[in-house]
Ligand binder design. Structure first.
Ligand code: FAD
Length: 425
């Protein structure tokens, strides 16, 4: 089931070609139509590549991204655990430009003018667009006053955007004396990658088991219970890390003292950690919020699931973690990649005066490492419901591993290589 769903998702390109979307030759006023993509993560990189592919390279695509290369959050917990390297989770953007003709601009978008249809770059330039695709991922809400103090964000890390913080968290764990405690705090759902924090706890414990056997991992969860793969994680904790991992639900973090690494909770006692790893409340990336697109609780961007066009602004499409998800639809790289293809097909159709596809279908698979080799997965399939105008899970689809295995470890690594290639190669 898992492999079939993945192939189905990856195969979306050829299916759309069969529907005639690749013959497009979109122009505006005689020149090529212009699509600007903001953010070169799973959603944005995929959308940029597939707008080029689906339009037979007739649409001019510019991707704006501040980072020199793509660093993957999936597999980054392996780096935290000491089982992988940054080089192994990093992919260059050069294929997008050299193979697909995407203009990759290393910059930040500072503001968007939806009326003039321009984006302003942090470096000062301005770019016009016919359609804008925004996939800025997440940013953190300023709900923890202590995290705003000087130096706090460099000491109490999230490492929830793969990159320098992934390395810094690993260094903090290496510097922790044997017997020291690592604490991770999880915000209320929805947040990026529901099983990710529990996987991280496993990876830190797998390191402690070998290098610091007297150390402990404490998981403080604002949610009432483990939000994903509960039975599989609790079994892994009992089988591999008995007495080392402690799970405490219903712990809503309200502040942090970064000087002493103290976590402060709404109803529970303070906790002082050796390494404090705090995942603050999340919302759509700042540029989406600043542009007035975060219409759901001022956090997430509501979109039309047929096109990913924002419900707040015409000609702006929002993808990936930044959107208000449909029920049971996770904020995952796999989903963002699928959003990228559906949105790309819709943008090409709209720029060619055609109707977008009426029945998108996405699969999602999320793997989690519970040891350096053993992996578990959860899978789901989501289809568009025209009456409800949202995505619904397909009854009887998807599922969960029956047990952790090394075979799934091999699948997980193949999944990562495939999705990085599909998004970026
Ligand atoms: P991102 O991939 O974060 O991309 C956003 C990009 O936008 C960034 O590159 C950023 O630099 C750029 N950007 C932001 N603002 C601007 C701006 N103003 N101008 C220009 N660029 C901008 N998902 C899975 O499917 N499977 C997994 O196993 C998995 N494991 C995970 C493990 C961890 C530890 C974490 C943290 C996440 C994991 N995820 C996993 C989730 C996955 O990483 C995200 O869901 C995915 O990255 C979302 O893609 P995105 O395009 O929305 O955002």
């Amino acid at each position: 089931m898992k492999r079939r769903q993945f192939v189905q998702s990856i195969g979306a390109g050829s299916a759309l070609a069969g529907l005639g979307l690749m013959s497009g030759c979109a122009t505006t006023g005689g020149s090529s139509a212009k699509v600007v993509v903001v953010g070169g993560g799973f959603g944005g990189a995929t959308a940029a590549k597939y707008v080029r592919l689906f339009s037979n390279n007739s649409i001019d695509v510019t991707l704006i991204e501040p980072n020199a290369a793509f660093v993957s959050c999936p597999m980054s917990n392996l780096v935290v655990g000491g089982h992988s390297t940054m080089a192994e989770i990093t992919t260059p953007y050069s294929n997008l430009s050299q193979r697909h003709g995407v203009k990759v601009v290393r910059d930040m978008v500072d503001s968007i003018d939806p009326v003039k249809r321009t984006v302003k770059l942090a470096s000062g330039g301005e770019l016009p667009y016919d359609r804008l695709i925004l996939s800025p991922g997440i940013d953190f809400m300023p709900t923890l006053p202590g995290m705003a103090k000087a130096g706090a964000a460099d000491k109490v890390l999230h490492a929830w955007k793969a990159g320098p913080q992934t390395v810094a968290l690993r260094q903090q764990l290496e510097a922790l004396p044997d017997g020291g405690t690592y604490a991770i705090s999880i915000p209320l759902a929805p947040y990026r990658c529901p099983p990710g924090p529990y996987e991280r706890a496993c990876m830190v414990a797998s390191y402690f088991k070998v290098a610091k056997p007297k150390s402990k991992v404490v998981i403080f969860d604002a949610n009432d219970d483990i939000t994903s793969k509960k039975g599989l994680f609790t079994k892994a904790w009992a089988d591999h890390y008995a007495g080392m991992i402690e799970y405490r639900p219903k712990h809503k973090l309200v502040d942090v003292d970064a000087v002493t690494n103290t976590l402060k909770f709404e109803f529970n006692d303070d906790f002082k950690a050796g390494v404090a790893n705090v995942l603050p409340d999340m919302r759509a990336g700042n540029i989406a919020v600043k542009t007035g697109l975060a219409t759901a609780n001022a956090r997430w961007c509501e979109v039309d699931f047929l096109t990913f066009e924002s419900k707040a602004q015409k000609n702006i499409h929002v993808l990936g973690d930044a959107i208000q998800i449909a029920p049971a639809m996770p904020k995952s790289g796999h989903m963002a990649n699928a959003h990228g293809k559906t949105c790309a097909a819709a943008v090409v159709a709209l720029l060619n005066g055609q109707e977008p596809l009426a029945n998108p279908l996405y699969a999602n698979t999320c793997y989690s490492f519970v040891t350096a080799k053993d992996v578990v997965h959860v899978a789901s399939v989501h289809k568009y419901d025209a009456e409800k105008k949202t995505m619904v899970t397909v009854p009887g689809s998807g599922g969960l591993s029956s047990a952790a295995s090394e075979l799934e470890g091999a699948y997980a690594k193949a999944w990562a290589r495939n999705i990085w290639a599909d998004s970026l190669a």
